[in-house]
Design a protein around this ligand. Sequence first.
Ligand SMILES: C[S@@+](CC[C@H](N)C(=O)[O-])C[C@H]1O[C@@H](n2cnc3c(N)ncnc32)[C@H](O)[C@@H]1O
Length: 270
Amino acid sequence: MEIRKAMKRKNKVELTAATADPHLLYEESVQSSESTIQMIESVFDARGFSAPASLREDFCGTARLCVDWVASRPDRTALGLDIDSGVLRWAETNNLESLEQDARRVTLVKRDVLEGHRRRVDVTVALNFSYWVFHERQELVQYFKKVRQSLKKNGCLILNLHGGPDAQFQLEEITEFDGFDYVWEQGEFDAVNNRAKCYIHFRFDDGSSLEQAFIYDWRIWSLPELRDALTDAGFSRIDVWWEDEENDRLFRVTRQENTESWIANLAAWR
Ligand SMILES: C[S@@+](CC[C@H](N)C(=O)[O-])C[C@H]1O[C@@H](n2cnc3c(N)ncnc32)[C@H](O)[C@@H]1O
C-alpha cells in the first residue's frame, strides 16, 4: 500500500472516532498525489513521450488525484469514475470546491468502470489495487479492453500491484500518523482462488477506533497474470516499474529478485 506522511488535514482538532472523517484519513495515510504524478510523468518520459495532459482516474473515490492533477498544470484535465454516488458527492463538496474555477477541468461520473467512457485520454490509472475487485479473468480482460479503447495514440494504462509472499499472509501492519494510527489488515487468503479480505482500521489516541472503515474483497493477481491479461486485451507493450520504498525511487525492470513484500506499477501502452 502506498503509505505517505500526513500533509493537509486542516483545522486540527483532536481526532477521535466521533470527529474523524474516514475519507480524509484515507487520503492522508494511503494516497500521495505528488508521487503519483511524478510516477506518471517518469513513465511517459522514459518512453520519449511528452508529459500527459488528460487523465482518467478509475475507482476515483474522493477524486484526490483528479484534483491534484488539474492543479499541477493549467492545461490538464481529469475524468474520475466511481460506482458510489456517496463518495463522489463527498469529492465534490470537499475536494472540488477548493479548485474554484479550475473545478471545470474535472469531470466526475458515477459509473461502473466496466462500462468505460467515451472520452479519449492520454493516461488512465487504477491505483491502490482497486481493480482487484475483478475476480474473474474474463471480467478483468473486458475492463482492460474498455480502457484501451479510450486511450489516445501513445496513451497508457497504469496499474499498481502488491506482491511477494507477504501479500498472501494474514497480517496487521500499523503506521503512525499525526493523531491516528493507520492499520492495514490482510485477512484469510484462499489459495485456490487467490481471494483475500483486507481491511483498513483507524485508531485514535483516546482509545476509540474506526474498525473496518474500508473493506476489500479482492483477488490477488500476480504480475505475470496481469501482463498476460493486458496482452490479451490488446496492449502493445507493458513496462514494469519497481518501487524502491526505502529510497523513494522507481526503476524500470525486466527481471527482479522477489522480496517479502513489494509494490510495482505496470504501464500498459495502447
Ligand atoms: C480504494 S478506493 C480507491 C480510491 C483511490 N482512487 C485510490 O487510488 O486510493 C476504491 C473505490 O472503487 C470504487 N469501485 C469499486 N468497484 C467499482 C467499479 N466496478 N466501478 C467503479 N468504481 C468502483 C469504490 O466505490 C471505491 O470508491
